[in-house]
Ligand binder design. Sequence first.
Ligand SMILES: [Zn+2]
Length: 429
Amino acid sequence: MGLLLPVVTVSLFLTSGTNESMVAPATSSIVQGTRVERPLALPEAPASAKQSQTAAGQALEQSAETMLSLSVQPGDTLELLFRRNGLSLADLAAMTGLGDAREHLRLLRPGDTIEISHQAGRVLSLAKQLDDVSVLQVDRNTTGFYADILTREVDIRSVSRHGVIQSSLFEAGTAAGITDAVTMNMAGIFQWDIDFIQDVRVGDDFTVIYEELWRDGVKLRDGEIVAAEFINQGTPYRAVRYVFSGGDSDYFTPDGRSVRKAFIRAPVDFARVSSSFNLNRRHPILNTIRAHRGVDYAAPTGTSVIAAGDGKVTFRGIRNGYGNTIILQHGGNITTLYGHLSRFASFRIGSRIKQGQTLGFVGQSGLATGPHLHYEYRLNGVHRNPRTVTLPPADPIPAEHWEDFLTAAAPLWRQLDLYQRIRFSTASN
Ligand SMILES: [Zn+2]
């Protein structure tokens, strides 16, 4: 297909498309078991004030409750933090004696934050964030301290972003406002259909709908991708996430088939390759299927080479010009070969290998002018192009989930359609 039209589309999208994120309104945050903010909270008193011996100073300290937010540095223990801030070590001993609190107070990691309220060093409460959703809360009552693990609800927001490839997949992701991790996960969803190292082109575009986890107005992290579309050289690929009742999930195409196939297209760690790979500086020699009928992936030495499919190791050693080579035997009389490796992962001839398992590492052993993976795919001994060979379709979604899948997926397909319409109207303007 011509490159001119997609390139024109690219620039139009860059001005409007990439800013086009749709953030769902935040659901109201339900905080379970939140303690009411103490009205007397004051900024931390300077140390000198704490040690003030004047009667007026003491009276003020005894009535004022001070909030401390302690940030744990490497080497810190709770005892050090208590000493440094003039907090009661007797209170610390009482709190660490509580069954619910002991373990969580003993294990401090740099970056942890501990919130303490106290009156002149007498601890009233302590809170430590344990993970995204739980907080250890220790409070003083009339008889002593008691500890609780509180659960704070996390808001899940749906975010939709659209990007167009101008130089590289990861740069397009960044321009669209998504992290490398989300970009990588998206590529992971389509790795059975698209060779993200060799087949991505300027003008390819994508839409990704994913979750963000927020708590109390602060974004914690990105969640799962719920739907995605990648248009590669004009061919659209779509997938939605479907969660089974047991909690397992997988990605399915519009016709209800798993995205997973017997072979992935590019058997290298594409994150490592793609992130340093600029389409505008594509290697002129390594870009094509050569006469030897393998595919060459230029990649830094040491990049992981992974099994394209489940199989059994039938060769592991030096094979003439291919240097360090691995051959896998798969079902259906298919073999795959991986050459020029710098070293092997640990397994033997005869070992069973799972798809995606690391076989070895990119190198330039044998006759190679630079570090690259030489990859071959043969059916009944005949070379096929692994990037385009038709793979048997994956298993469909189980019949009992079909109706539910259609219902769950419908709004997501519609959301992806929205970008399709924007694309067409932009292209025809
Ligand atoms: Zn080669």
